[in-house]
Write a new protein. Structure first.
Length: 183
Protein backbone atom coordinates (compact mmCIF):
# COMPACT_ATOMS: atom_id res chain seq x y z
CA UNK A 1 0.00 0.00 0.00
CA UNK A 2 1.23 3.47 -0.93
CA UNK A 3 0.34 6.27 1.47
CA UNK A 4 -0.01 9.69 -0.15
CA UNK A 5 0.19 12.99 1.73
CA UNK A 6 -0.46 16.42 0.25
CA UNK A 7 1.58 19.18 1.87
CA UNK A 8 -1.04 21.90 1.78
CA UNK A 9 -3.78 22.75 4.26
CA UNK A 10 -5.92 24.68 1.78
CA UNK A 11 -9.28 23.07 1.04
CA UNK A 12 -8.92 23.77 -2.70
CA UNK A 13 -5.27 22.73 -2.82
CA UNK A 14 -3.93 21.83 -6.25
CA UNK A 15 -1.66 19.31 -4.52
CA UNK A 16 -4.64 17.66 -2.86
CA UNK A 17 -6.27 17.53 -6.29
CA UNK A 18 -3.11 16.06 -7.81
CA UNK A 19 -2.96 13.41 -5.10
CA UNK A 20 -6.60 12.44 -5.67
CA UNK A 21 -5.97 12.26 -9.43
CA UNK A 22 -2.90 10.07 -8.92
CA UNK A 23 -4.94 7.75 -6.68
CA UNK A 24 -7.53 7.40 -9.45
CA UNK A 25 -4.84 6.83 -12.10
CA UNK A 26 -2.90 4.21 -10.14
CA UNK A 27 -2.78 0.74 -11.68
CA UNK A 28 -5.55 -1.56 -10.46
CA UNK A 29 -2.98 -3.63 -8.58
CA UNK A 30 -1.89 -0.59 -6.53
CA UNK A 31 -3.64 0.51 -3.37
CA UNK A 32 -3.07 4.20 -2.66
CA UNK A 33 -4.49 5.66 0.55
CA UNK A 34 -4.58 9.36 1.30
CA UNK A 35 -3.51 10.83 4.65
CA UNK A 36 -3.57 14.41 5.88
CA UNK A 37 -1.36 16.77 7.85
CA UNK A 38 -4.40 18.71 9.13
CA UNK A 39 -4.37 19.25 12.87
CA UNK A 40 -0.62 18.86 13.36
CA UNK A 41 0.49 21.70 15.64
CA UNK A 42 3.65 23.73 15.21
CA UNK A 43 6.58 21.74 16.49
CA UNK A 44 7.56 22.78 20.01
CA UNK A 45 10.11 20.79 22.00
CA UNK A 46 8.44 21.94 25.23
CA UNK A 47 5.14 20.42 24.09
CA UNK A 48 6.93 17.20 23.17
CA UNK A 49 8.66 17.06 26.56
CA UNK A 50 5.58 18.06 28.56
CA UNK A 51 2.76 16.30 26.74
CA UNK A 52 4.48 13.87 24.41
CA UNK A 53 3.76 13.34 20.74
CA UNK A 54 0.30 14.67 19.80
CA UNK A 55 -2.24 11.96 18.98
CA UNK A 56 -2.67 13.23 15.39
CA UNK A 57 1.08 12.85 14.86
CA UNK A 58 1.22 9.36 16.45
CA UNK A 59 -1.63 8.20 14.24
CA UNK A 60 0.08 9.46 11.08
CA UNK A 61 3.41 7.94 12.17
CA UNK A 62 1.69 4.56 12.54
CA UNK A 63 0.09 4.87 9.10
CA UNK A 64 3.46 5.68 7.53
CA UNK A 65 5.18 2.85 9.41
CA UNK A 66 2.61 0.38 8.09
CA UNK A 67 2.72 1.47 4.43
CA UNK A 68 4.95 -0.03 1.75
CA UNK A 69 5.80 3.34 0.21
CA UNK A 70 5.21 7.04 0.78
CA UNK A 71 4.17 9.65 -1.79
CA UNK A 72 4.74 13.29 -0.82
CA UNK A 73 2.82 15.76 -2.95
CA UNK A 74 4.49 19.08 -2.28
CA UNK A 75 3.56 22.66 -3.01
CA UNK A 76 6.36 25.11 -3.66
CA UNK A 77 6.48 28.26 -1.53
CA UNK A 78 9.11 30.88 -2.32
CA UNK A 79 11.16 28.41 -4.38
CA UNK A 80 11.35 25.88 -1.53
CA UNK A 81 9.37 23.41 0.52
CA UNK A 82 6.29 24.58 2.44
CA UNK A 83 6.65 25.20 6.16
CA UNK A 84 3.51 23.29 7.15
CA UNK A 85 4.72 20.16 5.37
CA UNK A 86 8.22 20.40 6.82
CA UNK A 87 6.70 21.00 10.27
CA UNK A 88 4.66 17.81 9.90
CA UNK A 89 7.77 15.83 8.99
CA UNK A 90 9.64 17.40 11.91
CA UNK A 91 6.96 16.07 14.27
CA UNK A 92 6.91 12.71 12.49
CA UNK A 93 10.65 12.36 13.12
CA UNK A 94 10.27 12.71 16.91
CA UNK A 95 11.65 11.10 18.93
CA UNK A 96 14.74 10.53 16.76
CA UNK A 97 15.03 6.87 17.74
CA UNK A 98 11.65 6.29 16.03
CA UNK A 99 12.88 7.50 12.61
CA UNK A 100 13.94 4.01 11.44
CA UNK A 101 10.49 2.57 12.29
CA UNK A 102 8.61 5.34 10.51
CA UNK A 103 10.88 6.24 7.60
CA UNK A 104 13.83 3.84 7.49
CA UNK A 105 14.53 2.59 3.96
CA UNK A 106 10.93 3.32 2.94
CA UNK A 107 10.47 4.07 -0.78
CA UNK A 108 9.45 7.73 -1.18
CA UNK A 109 8.45 9.74 -4.23
CA UNK A 110 7.93 13.46 -4.65
CA UNK A 111 5.64 15.34 -6.99
CA UNK A 112 3.70 18.56 -6.88
CA UNK A 113 1.62 21.26 -8.52
CA UNK A 114 1.68 25.04 -8.34
CA UNK A 115 -0.32 27.90 -9.81
CA UNK A 116 2.86 29.55 -11.09
CA UNK A 117 4.83 28.77 -14.25
CA UNK A 118 7.85 27.27 -12.46
CA UNK A 119 6.33 23.95 -11.34
CA UNK A 120 7.68 22.46 -8.09
CA UNK A 121 11.22 21.54 -9.10
CA UNK A 122 12.84 23.73 -6.42
CA UNK A 123 10.59 22.31 -3.68
CA UNK A 124 11.32 18.76 -4.77
CA UNK A 125 15.05 19.46 -4.72
CA UNK A 126 14.75 21.10 -1.28
CA UNK A 127 13.19 17.89 0.09
CA UNK A 128 16.22 15.76 -0.84
CA UNK A 129 18.39 16.64 2.23
CA UNK A 130 15.38 16.04 4.48
CA UNK A 131 14.76 12.64 2.89
CA UNK A 132 18.44 11.78 3.27
CA UNK A 133 18.28 12.65 6.99
CA UNK A 134 15.24 10.39 7.38
CA UNK A 135 16.99 7.44 5.75
CA UNK A 136 14.36 6.80 3.10
CA UNK A 137 14.91 5.37 -0.35
CA UNK A 138 13.92 8.17 -2.76
CA UNK A 139 12.58 7.31 -6.18
CA UNK A 140 14.11 9.58 -8.76
CA UNK A 141 12.74 7.85 -11.84
CA UNK A 142 10.24 10.37 -13.22
CA UNK A 143 9.53 13.98 -12.45
CA UNK A 144 5.96 15.11 -11.97
CA UNK A 145 6.04 18.86 -11.40
CA UNK A 146 2.86 20.54 -12.63
CA UNK A 147 2.98 24.29 -13.45
CA UNK A 148 0.00 26.61 -14.05
CA UNK A 149 -2.31 24.29 -12.15
CA UNK A 150 -5.38 26.47 -12.70
CA UNK A 151 -5.24 25.39 -16.36
CA UNK A 152 -4.76 21.72 -15.48
CA UNK A 153 -7.55 21.31 -12.90
CA UNK A 154 -11.13 22.55 -13.13
CA UNK A 155 -12.86 24.49 -10.34
CA UNK A 156 -13.86 21.23 -8.63
CA UNK A 157 -10.25 20.03 -8.57
CA UNK A 158 -10.66 17.48 -11.34
CA UNK A 159 -7.62 16.89 -13.56
CA UNK A 160 -8.68 17.99 -17.05
CA UNK A 161 -5.36 18.08 -18.91
CA UNK A 162 -4.77 14.86 -20.87
CA UNK A 163 -0.99 15.32 -21.08
CA UNK A 164 -0.67 15.78 -17.32
CA UNK A 165 -3.04 12.84 -16.80
CA UNK A 166 -0.72 10.59 -18.83
CA UNK A 167 2.36 11.91 -17.02
CA UNK A 168 0.65 11.26 -13.66
CA UNK A 169 -0.37 7.75 -14.75
CA UNK A 170 3.22 6.94 -15.80
CA UNK A 171 4.57 8.52 -12.60
CA UNK A 172 2.47 6.41 -10.21
CA UNK A 173 3.02 3.25 -12.25
CA UNK A 174 6.78 3.80 -12.17
CA UNK A 175 6.81 4.56 -8.45
CA UNK A 176 4.67 1.52 -7.68
CA UNK A 177 7.07 -0.68 -9.67
CA UNK A 178 10.05 0.81 -7.80
CA UNK A 179 8.34 0.32 -4.44
CA UNK A 180 7.43 -3.28 -5.22
CA UNK A 181 11.01 -4.00 -6.23
CA UNK A 182 12.46 -2.64 -2.99
CA UNK A 183 10.63 -4.93 -0.57
Amino acid sequence: MILGIAGSLRRGSYNGALLRAIAELAPETVELEIASIHGIPLYDGDVETGSGIPAVVSALKDRIASCDALLLVTPEYNNSLPGVFKNAVDWLSRPPNDIPRVFGNRPVALCGATPGPGATNFAQAAWLPVLRALGVRPWLGRILAVPTASKVFDEAGVLIDDKVRERARAFIAGFAEFAAGTK
